[in-house]
Ligand binder design. Sequence first.
Ligand code: LLP
Length: 431
Amino acid sequence: MSVAQQLSHVFPLGSRINAAGHLEVGGCDTVELAREFGTPAFVVAEDDLRARARAFVEALRARHDDFDVLFASKAFPCTAVYRVLAEEGLSCDVASGGELSLALRGGFDPARIYLHGNAKSLAELNAAIDAGVGHVVLDGFADIDRLERIAAERGLGTAGGGGAQRVLIRVTPGVAGTTHEKISTGQADSKFGFGVDDARRAIARLRESSSLELVGLHMHIGSQLLALDAFRPAAEVLASLGDFPVYNVGGGLGVAYTAAQEPPSIEQYVDVHVRALHELFGRDKRLLIEPGRALVANSTVTLYTVETVKRNVSTWVGVDGGMSDNLRPMLYGSVYEALFADRPATAGTGERAHVAGKHCESGDVIVRDVPLDDPRPGDVLVTPATGAYGHAMANNYNGIPRPPVIFCKDGDARVVVRRETYDDLAARDVP
Ligand code: LLP
């Protein structure tokens, strides 16, 4: 058996154990990366990002003519990631004015940006129109009122004023996928979207609008879905609302955080959506999908340095990051793997320990009850599958500077987000 096979599918594509016995990501030795760039650090295999983007596009191209893949950029909103996914030909979902500004900076054509948000501000709607975003996804009646006013003020949809602003309606179908309650969005009692009856009213109203052009419906029923069975009944609810040229079926495809998890493949996910589209809506429709996590999660590992090993009832391996770079275990009880950069082949062996962060609360535990081979201060500890909602939800609790993002490709490493400094921490303070 080659050593490479000892790494599970949670690691970035192309990761391996190198001749020195170290974990290699994007052709770079992670022990060297920790030495050169410090820890904690997000290490991204650029080729993995590109490969997953291509896999979504190819899976759709093989099954349906008119489609687009939107990067749900909340999962990893940094300029370099936007740039790579724009280069791969994707479109982009932004959930705020801030993500809009990053997407534009990252090179997305405004015409291929979709603005989402359940509580968009007037400023965000104005910024979207100023930028010329292709589509706004309407989430409630206040959205319609405001956007219609803005579009009308600018004469959109009138002779000489430019075309009407294209919009989609987000429908909450009353069908939820199986996932953590905090990331379930399809249920009727949700802050997102229009319920079915309200959607009918919104559709009727938009059909009368000259400044807004309703092109289709949107749904996003939940995130980290490890079963695909809820998509079809949800699509049936959309089908009851009429006939539209465009259907955006959201994101939601779950990923493997641990070796034992086997999420559906990109092909299986796409297949379920394309079948539903063909059977319920027809072959002449435009299909949009909006993956976030499944594009970026497994592209990335986080490197930490072990600062302390404490043994009481349990063994506590204290590292130099924690809930400031990965909130997911605290918010959703998410489970991760951990191994050492200089001896990845020992993964799954050794003393059972908790990997604890350095923050001042007991809940700051990144991985619970994981076997670790003889943990010692100074070890570089690696947690895989941290590309989605890691950098995105990073924060400065306890005055910890946020980690850098390092892109690795063919053995070359480059910093695409620098580490925060203590000066950054005070940068907004008014003396
Ligand atoms: N489209 C919409 C409208 C969304 O709200 C989301 C995610 C997506 C697409 C992308 O979903 P994905 O493919 O990533 O499942 N912070 C949480 C996840 C929140 C998801 C929010 N919306 C986490 O760390 O698990």
